[in-house]
Structure formats: C-alpha cells, structure tokens
Design a protein around this ligand. Sequence first.
Ligand code: AMP
Ligand code: TRP
Length: 325
Amino acid sequence: MDQALSFIQPTGHVTLGNYIGALSHWKPTPGSVFGVCDLHAITVERPPEALHAGIMEVLSVLVALDLHTNGSLVFLQSGVPAHAEMAWLLECVAHMGELSRMTQFKAKGRGNDAVSVGFFAYPVLMAADILLYDAATVPVGEDQKQHVELTRDLALRANNRYGDIFTVPDPVIPTVGARIMSLRTPTDKMSKSTDDPDGTVLLLEPADKIRKKFLSAVTDSDNEVVYDPEHKPGISNLLEIAAALSGEDRDAWAQRHRTSGYGAFKRAVAEVVVESTAPVRQRANDLLAHPDALLAVAKSGQESAARRANPKVARLKQAMGFPTA
Ligand code: AMP
Ligand code: TRP
C-alpha cells in the first residue's frame, strides 16, 4: 500500500511555490492523508484572525483539489489531539543535537533566546504527523527533505527501542520545481512570509495580478533565454516554473524562446501559470464563500483521522510501559 501523507502550514497565503513543489503532486489515493498543520503555525506569534484566515484558505485549496475524495482524508491537525500527544512521546526519543542541526532552526532560531520552544521542537511534531498514519511516502518540496530524514531516524530509533511500531517513510521530491525562487530575488526561495510580496505569486490572487508579477520578474540584461541557474537565476526560475506546469521540459521552452526577447517569454510563462491554476483558483475562491461547508469537510476528515491515529498512540504508550485501563 502506497499511502501518501503531507501537510501544509497556514502561515500566510498559499503560494505558487507550494503548488508546484507540493500540492500539484498530492493525489487522493485511498488511505492517503492531507491536512492543514495549524499547530505548526503558532511557533511564532501570530494574530488569531490571521491564523484563522490562513487555515480557511489552505483548507479551501485542499478541498478544491478534491483531496478529501476517493478514500483520502483532509482535516485540521489541531482537531486531532493525537498529534500533540505523539509529538510529546517522540520528543522524548529525539535528541537536542539532531534538532539543533536542522537547517530551518539554524537559519532562523539559533542564537535567539526568545525563539519559542515550539519552534525548536517543530520537526518532531512533523514526525508525529507522519508516523501516526503509517505513511509510506511524503510528497514535499526540497526544503522539507531534512525533516523527513529526521522522521526516518526517529522511527528507526523508536522501533529499535519499543518494537516494530512505525512505518519508515520515504520523502518524494519532484525532479522539476522542487524549489521555486522569488520572482524579485531569484536567489531566495519563494515564500509565504516575505518582505517583498511582488516576488511571491499567490495561488488565489486575481489572474491580472499574477501576470503583472511575472512581467516585472527580475531577470538579467543579456536577453537570451537559457537555463543556467548559477549565472541566470531569474530566467532559470521562470523556465523551471513553465516546465513544471506545462509538462514540456526546460530545454524545449528555452529553445522556443531563446531569441524571442524577455518580454514575450515572461508573457508566455504567465499564461501557463494563469491557465493551469485557473480551476483550483476558481473552486477555492468559491469554497471560501461557504466556510461552514468547508469546516464540515474538515470535521468529517478529522473523525476518520482520529480513528487511525489513536490506536497508534495507544500502541506506542503500551510499548513504553504505560498501563492500559
Ligand atoms: P509550507 O508553506 O512551508 O507549509 O510548505 C508546504 C509545502 O510546499 C512543503 O512541501 C514545501 O516543501 C513546499 N514549498 C514551499 N515553498 C516552496 C517553494 N518555493 N518551492 C517548492 N516547494 C515549496
Ligand atoms: N513542515 C512542513 C512545512 O513547513 C509542513 C508539515 C507539517 C508537513 N507536518 C508535515 C509536511 C507532515 C509533510 C508531512 O512545509
């Protein structure tokens, strides 16, 4: 059984990077699990209204992609207490040293006394998300590979100590589009939390706004469309986006546009983006107009998720020595 599992944080608007690197690869196969990891979103202080709006937006996208159909689940992590309980049990398996080596912590947390304990421990909560459901594959963008590898280490360590409890998952990283860069600073990852919103394309923003962002994408001055991430990061990023969404490879795109001028090339990329994302954008925006119906989908997913997750927690607790009533 190849059960896939992945989550997305409601820490801002859903980006084109999220779509290309992760969401577009998520498929509602029987037994698969997808969710909004809202508990992950409070590792830094966040206004309650922003958290709430972020949760609804991400949920609308997951439902617009039909990830709650065909025996696959969509739910909110905060609705299934087993995630927090499993995270505690695994925190007692994880080592300070391995968490200190996580790139995300090193980049944003280390050396800052006021960073939350949750920010430090966050990869263990992610491991709990994955291990609760015996996921075989975890489709994510490149930035999450290290966290899935930590999850594998924790699963093996726990299995070693307590018996064969967890399935050891494999990360699945796309070959094209695993790391989409900002359109304004093509050496930085396109991100939900950014100081330069023009560099981040949002999945649900109006098509005209998306086109405008592409037309003002930072490139270089030699006017030749060639894939060369080191010397031409802006153009290479646009080729990566076009290839990921069109199914036609980077070289074919580059050849066709080699001498067509940057303006025409950017317009062509913008059209592929607008067209390929139009159905999900339309559906998600429609769903957002009916928040109660959206939350009902999450509630039903939550009940099924708890039925799968609770026995896993019980099994680990029993193996650890906690008496069962
Ligand atoms: P996050 O927004 O951090 O919750 O990420 C959700 C998913 O999108 C994860 O699988 C990330 O690896 C993926 N992702 C986020 N940003 C990018 C990006 N710029 N390029 C490719 N994938 C991304
Ligand atoms: N940490 C992931 C991110 O920032 C989100 C996440 C949480 C996740 N739990 C997960 C991804 C479980 C895959 C599987 O993108």
